[in-house]
Design a protein around this ligand. Sequence first.
Ligand SMILES: [Zn+2]
Ligand SMILES: [Zn+2]
Length: 118
Amino acid sequence: MSEPQFVCKAVKSPRGAVVSEIDWADGHRGVYPHEILRGYCPCAGCQGHSGEIQFVKPSKIQLELEDIKPVGNYALALFWFDGHSSGIYSYRYLRALCQCNECRTGSPTATQGVMPRI
Ligand SMILES: [Zn+2]
Ligand SMILES: [Zn+2]
């Protein structure tokens, strides 16, 4: 059984938006500025093969999302408008990237620090 805090129920990402939202099964509303999503893209192209995920500051044209698709029942694949689509974001990882006021406090993302691969 999946823990509800790691089950994505719905994604809101209106075309042209720079912030997406994820509704989690435990009732949490996750807030995801695209700068954080793209900057913490976990793919090998962005990160190399290091065990940790660094923030890679994206340029403005890299911030528009074209599509978001579920991968199995554990992750989302993000399709960026510039053609980048190799990042698979596990639900656990997305939960750790949440930028709502509650989650951001104390998170490495608040200072653009490294994130573990989860
Ligand atoms: Zn990437
Ligand atoms: Zn949150």
